[in-house]
Design a binder for this molecule. Structure first.
Ligand SMILES: CC(C)(COP(=O)(O)OP(=O)(O)OC[C@H]1O[C@@H](n2cnc3c(N)ncnc32)[C@H](O)[C@@H]1OP(=O)(O)O)[C@@H](O)C(=O)NCCC(=O)NCCS
Length: 197
């Protein structure tokens, strides 16, 4: 199926996911090295479950996109804004780079920046929140680079393999969002400046 690009950055494009992506995404969701950082890793992800999720898109209250590595032409994960609440202008960010070869290479930062800029600029969001486990300093660093600040922590909130992990809560606003300047992101920054006038 033809690749449908929704948001374009330097390294990445955020693309529409389709049921053809089932096996790639299912592979990521069954890799414990990846899922140890997520709320779910106790149960396997079956192909029919992953396919049903992909077929359910677009889903009311969610903006879910694939993370496509432009030069390698590869789907490396997905990200989304969930629980979009237009009345209170809120959403919660989720992200998964399932291909571990792409960790620490700036992909998470760019995907978060692209998605959140879109959330503020086009969905009129005011607050984007996220929850990240205390076992995930890489995630925390990535979010801080994008301008998220810690708003609190629930100590020992999530149990994984006999160990209790903190749940850290973070918040991003349009004012704190940090964008890495790239030519394609410049357009979004310009839009944001116009809108905030
Ligand atoms: C978390 C995730 C989205 C981050 O994406 P990424 O592309 O790996 O992150 P980036 O390269 O943009 O940024 C990571 C930063 O953390 C730093 N980092 C890596 N390991 C670290 C550690 N143990 N302690 C502190 N910082 C660390 C990196 O050096 C980098 O910072 P820098 O560029 O200032 O040096 C991605 O790794 C991922 O999806 N992991 C698996 C699933 C997951 O954790 N999802 C999020 C659940 S909340």
């Amino acid at each position: 199926m033809e690749l449908m690009v929704f948001l374009k950055g330097n390294l990445l494009a955020l693309v529409l996911l389709t049921p053809d992506d089932t096996s790639t995404m299912q592979g990521y969701m069954n890799d414990h090295e990846v899922t140890q950082f997520l709320g779910r890793d106790a149960l396997p992800m079956y192909a029919h479950q992953e396919k049903a999720w992909l077929e359910s898109l677009p889903k009311e209250g969610h903006l879910v996109l694939g993370i496509w590595h432009r030069s390698d032409e590869k789907l490396i994960g997905s990200c989304g804004l969930h629980g979009i609440d237009y009345l209170n202008q809120l959403a919660e960010l989720g992200i998964l780079i399932g291909d571990k070869d792409y960790w620490n290479g700036g992909c998470g930062t760019e995907a978060v920046q692209l998605l959140c800029a879109h959330g503020f600029n086009w969905l009129n969001l005011r607050h984007i929140t996220l929850r990240v486990l205390g076992n995930n300093p890489r995630g925390v660093r990535c979010y801080e680079r994008c301008g998220f600040v810690r708003t609190g922590v629930i100590p020992g909130h999530v149990l994984k393999a006999g160990q209790w992990h903190d749940e850290i809560h973070m918040l991003l606003t349009k004012e704190t969002l940090t964008l890495t300047r790239s030519s394609e992101m410049e357009t979004k920054i310009a839009h944001m400046a116009e809108n905030s006038r």
